[in-house]
Write a protein that binds this ligand. Sequence first.
Ligand SMILES: [Zn+2]
Length: 315
Amino acid sequence: MQLKKFGGYQTTLAREIRFDGVGVHAGKPASLLLRPASADRGIVFRRTDETGREVEIPARFDYVVATDLCTVLGVDGLSVATVEHLMAALLALGVDNVDIEVEGPEVPILDGCSVTFVDGIQEAGLTVLASPRKVLRILKTVRVEQGDAFAELSPFEGCRYDVTIDFTDPVIGRQSYVFDLSAHGFRTELARARTFGFMSDVEKLWKIGFALGSSLENSVAVGEGRVMNPEGLRFPDEFARHKTLDAVGDLALAGAPFVGRYRSYKGGHRMNVAVLKALFADHAAYEFVSKSAVRREAGSAVMVAGSGLAAAPDI
Ligand SMILES: [Zn+2]
């Protein structure tokens, strides 16, 4: 029974973790402090402004305030940008509850993917909490479309991401990637796939004050009919893998791991958030299942703390 692998108990980090880097958009220093949190807290960002005003920003789709270049969460005019690569790592490694203090308006871009977050979380380890984990089960297909682009969630026994991108630039072209969620698979197949962009777009963005922190250190740059990074690609289909990584991070804003299949064609942050909104707007399309229901469905199997965490089998 596929649900069993999502079963078990909630987790948090075993200790604090700090990440320092720069924000990709403002180009300014950006730091995070991840702190262990209690059960049912979820992932919560905390920002403080210059006047000392402090807000808590839950990492949920209904707190998304922008999706133009990255996914931005906000409350009362304070926001935190580029949450998706961190959210993907937390979801894939099975971290349910964390308080995240953010210095500045962005999550550090680091090297443009999730690998530094994965390494940090693995090094810290997880603590299993006494409360059952909830999972989100997709009960019927929900789809959003824009032109020929779409994003869709549908029932499926497992957690599958099926992503197709289709760029006119032949350096990228059409690529598909299918990923069945597991901590191991995320680490080995997705976490190192970097964000990417076209040099022509980056130059435009620089002029209007965006992407100021982006460089060949944290992005794959496409221009002049080639990949401009001297080291080349980390995977032949690194572009599709990164879009899949983004989908893992964006859909983590459901607030729980899901049981179902996500599919997208020419998707991105905007459509990922839109499909979550469409899902939660239709109460017949989903249900949250807790450990007791998972246990019933799994037959006689009783989850021992930690043993059912698909998510962090070797942390
Ligand atoms: Zn990304």
